[in-house]
Design a protein around this ligand. Structure first.
Ligand code: FDA
Length: 306
């Protein structure tokens, strides 16, 4: 109930106005978001990379309905990639892109514009020697995102994508993408989805995650295990037995279980942290609140006690 309310609020302009105008929201947002600008993103990246973890950077923004805003997002990624290069961080850091931030949801030619914009980001990533992973948004975009992934991979075979275990279709998508050279970031899924397309019970989502993991770990691609769930991380480690340590990786979000991130990296595993930055933090922040009731309590406490 709380989860659905928060996820509905994540897409409500009215709720957004209220949450954004509360100055006390800021300290809680800072737990999950590296900062407002590229300088903050570079600082956070350097800090994470310094202790042996890897990074994927997200310039925050989604559901763009204005083409010039989509272009501005592309420019922000190009600037970010240049800065990663000039700071010598491209070995440890890649970028994650939401296609709805670069045009996918534009009413006219959205998919075509998103493909061309994503292509510009991929070209810039290729120049500095790093990779791009496509985030996955709500289920109405899954086919379009996987189509754009296929097109991008013709010129940039290293482009990866996220798959969400809560969708009924995902086990089959994992089979389709478990081939050599394919990079799949498997997560549970963070959006409000109907029962017609997604498992509703946490236990069913977890079972689906394990089935998907089995497919990816048995395949020839590069599985990226994106979860903070200790049980699933343990199962992934078991399933990865026999694979080279550099043939898969674990991933977690910035600000969530940082000690566990360091522990996993210290054991010799590749551990990547998803680092979001920018001032369009509202949707991302609300999804983090929705994932864990304790975050809402933390947020409410900070409002009441400051
Ligand atoms: P689960 O929610 O069961 O959490 C397990 C444990 O982790 C909790 O008990 C708690 O200890 C900790 N935890 C989890 N979330 C927390 C939070 N917000 N605050 C504090 N502690 C928390 N989703 C999507 O739909 N599209 C996408 O593209 C991506 N991309 C993505 C990239 C990466 C690198 C990660 C790690 C996750 C995503 N996600 C995502 C989000 C994902 O779908 C999911 O919502 C969250 O990872 C939470 O699910 P867990 O697997 O962590 O399990």
């Amino acid at each position: 109930m709380l989860r659905s309310t928060l996820l509905a609020a994540a897409r409500s302009p009215h709720a957004r106005k209220i949450v954004e105008s509360t100055p006390l929201t800021r300290p809680v947002v800072e737990r999950f978001v590296a900062g407002d600008d590229v300088d903050a993103a570079i600082r956070a990246t350097a800090e994470v990379v310094a202790d042996g973890r890897l990074v994927t950077l997200d310039h925050l923004g989604e559901d763009t309905t204005d083409e010039s805003q989509a272009t501005a997002t592309v420019d922000a990624y190009l600037n970010l990639l240049g800065r990663l290069d000039s700071h010598g961080l491209t070995q440890g850091a890649e970028v994650s892109v939401k296609l709805s931030a670069v045009g996918q949801s534009l009413p006219v030619d959205g998919e075509k514009i998103a493909l061309e914009n994503a292509r510009r980001i991929c070209s810039a990533a290729a120049v500095v020697g790093t990779t791009v992973t496509l985030d996955m948004e709500d289920h109405t975009t899954t086919d379009s995102t996987l189509g754009i992934l296929r097109d991008l991979r013709v010129d940039f075979p290293w482009v990866g994508a996220v798959l969400q275990a809560y969708l009924h279709r995902t086990e089959q998508d994992c089979r389709d993408l478990a081939h050599a050279g394919s990079r799949v970031r498997l997560c549970k899924g963070a959006y409000q989805e109907p029962a017609s397309v997604a498992y509703q019970d946490k236990a069913d989502v977890d079972l689906s995650y394990v089935r998907c993991l089995k497919v990816l770990m048995a395949g020839e691609g590069y599985p990226m295990v994106a979860s903070h769930d200790p049980r699933l991380i343990g199962i992934a480690a078991e399933l990865a037995r026999g694979r080279a340590l550099d043939s898969y990786e674990f991933q977690m979000l910035y600000g969530i279980r940082p000690d566990e991130q360091r522990r996993i990296a210290a054991e010799g595993n590749r551990m990547r942290v998803y680092v979001p930055y920018g001032d369009e933090w509202y949707g991302y922040f609300m999804r983090r609140l929705a994932e864990r009731p304790a975050n809402v309590a933390f947020f409410m406490r900070s409002l009441l006690t400051t």
